[in-house]
Design a protein around this ligand. Structure first.
Ligand code: ATP
Length: 362
């Protein structure tokens, strides 16, 4: 059992919160991704779990043991950093075994752990080489192998793929996912890359300005963001946000978008009634709208500004009054800049957002 519990953890630098009241429980064997833009506090939070930076307040426990004030070496964790932190002039074998040697592990055990980690990462043939004359991807594998060789039940990774080129990153992402599923360590993985987070995490904790915004599985943070920030940070393109005006009369609720009307799902009508005659933000993903070449009742008329063919889809930028939307269509759908289109907004795909709090209504 290696559950990690982070309770009310805060950390400030120069009077500014880097992490504010973080609460997070990572289950035994879970792969949790900390995701957010640069400077949102991901690394600071990870460092408090690692013991490289003490929390100002709050409590961190691993496997039920309070580690808040323990040194890194006393926490039974293993780490991989963005910079790899491997020794260029030491052989790969010695690099992988370095942490174990520091912990005075017997030589036979080091040898066995190094061999096993090297095999997992397919670098058995590199054991006698030096990282100084290896590629970025190979060095990355060495850094991960070194962390795995420690056989710690908790693995902390800070942007481990960020120094790799796009293709290698894609390859390593899948490899790491397979590997981490095999070793079953409880993992916290920091990244600012939302695709990496969606593709790898069992759950994703989205951070902004030192605060955790949402913690959920990848499909939930994508489909049901808790607020406008999460919808805008996750997804490429980000979720669209449009302004509409609510009208609630005679028990029915509709939302005017320009000259057209959207009827919300019945379950959301009570929450929207509170916005009668006021603006509301409509959140919808590019692929959630259906584009039609001719008008149908309930569809919203837009004009196509730009068509970007992206292979499996065309990404359209369309204008709705002075608002802009991204819409994805199948490449076989005939469309050109300047065309009029009609968009259907399926009511179960719309997220209604309070423009003041930016929270999604439920
Ligand atoms: P990145 O993705 O760019 O690494 P991050 O989300 O990991 O960003 P942190 O590195 O945790 O963010 O930084 C959070 C905030 O704390 C930032 O405003 C940063 O400038 C500040 N900060 C972090 N470490 C220190 C430090 N040692 N001294 C002063 N301020 C710091």
């Amino acid at each position: 059992m290696s559950e990690i519990r982070i309770e009310h953890v805060s950390k400030s630098f120069n009077g500014q919160y880097a992490v504010q009241d973080a609460n997070l429980t990572i289950a035994d064997g879970e792969f949790l991704v900390l995701l957010g833009p640069s400077g949102c506090g991901k690394t600071t939070l990870l460092r408090t779990v690692a013991g490289l930076g003490m929390a100002d307040s709050g409590r961190i426990s691993i496997d039920g043991r309070d580690v808040t004030y323990l040194k890194p070496g006393e926490r039974k964790i293993s780490m991989v950093f963005q910079s790899y932190a491997i020794f260029p002039h030491m052989t790969v074998r010695d690099n992988i075994g370095f942490g174990l040697k520091m912990n005075n592990v017997p030589a036979s055990e080091i040898q066995a752990n190094v061999a096993e980690a090297a095999e997992l990462l397919h670098i058995e043939n590199l054991l006698d080489r030096r990282p100084s004359d290896m590629s970025g991807g190979q060095r990355q594998r060495v850094a991960v192998a070194r962390a795995l060789a420690m056989k710690a039940e908790v693995l902390l990774m800070d942007e481990p793929l960020s120094n790799l080129d796009a293709l290698l990153r894609l390859e390593m992402r899948a490899e790491l996912k397979r590997l981490l599923a095999d070793v079953n360590a409880t993992t916290i993985y920091v990244t600012h890359d939302q695709i990496e987070a969606l593709s790898m995490g069992d759950r994703i904790a989205v951070m902004k300005d030192g605060e955790i915004q949402q913690v959920d599985g990848p499909s939930t943070v994508y489909d049901h963001p808790s607020n406008q920030f999460v919808g805008s940070f996750i997804g490429n393109p980000p979720m669209n946000f449009l302004t509409g005006t609510v009208s609630a009369a005679n028990g029915s609720v509709s939302v005017a978008v320009g000259p057209d009307q959207i009827t919300p799902a019945a379950a959301l009508a009570p929450a929207l009634k509170a916005f009668d005659q006021k603006p509301v933000t409509i959140g919808i993903r590019a692929e959630s709208m259906e584009a039609l070449s001719s008008p149908v009742p309930g569809a919203i008329k837009v004009s196509v500004v730009v068509v970007e063919p992206l292979g499996p889809q065309n990404l359209l930028t369309v204008g709705l009054g002075d608002q802009r939307l991204k819409v994805s269509t199948h490449p076989s759908f005939p469309v050109a800049a300047g065309d009029d289109l009609w968009l259907q907004f399926p009511s179960d795909q719309i997220r209604w957002i309070d423009p003041k709090t930016e929270q999604v209504l439920s």
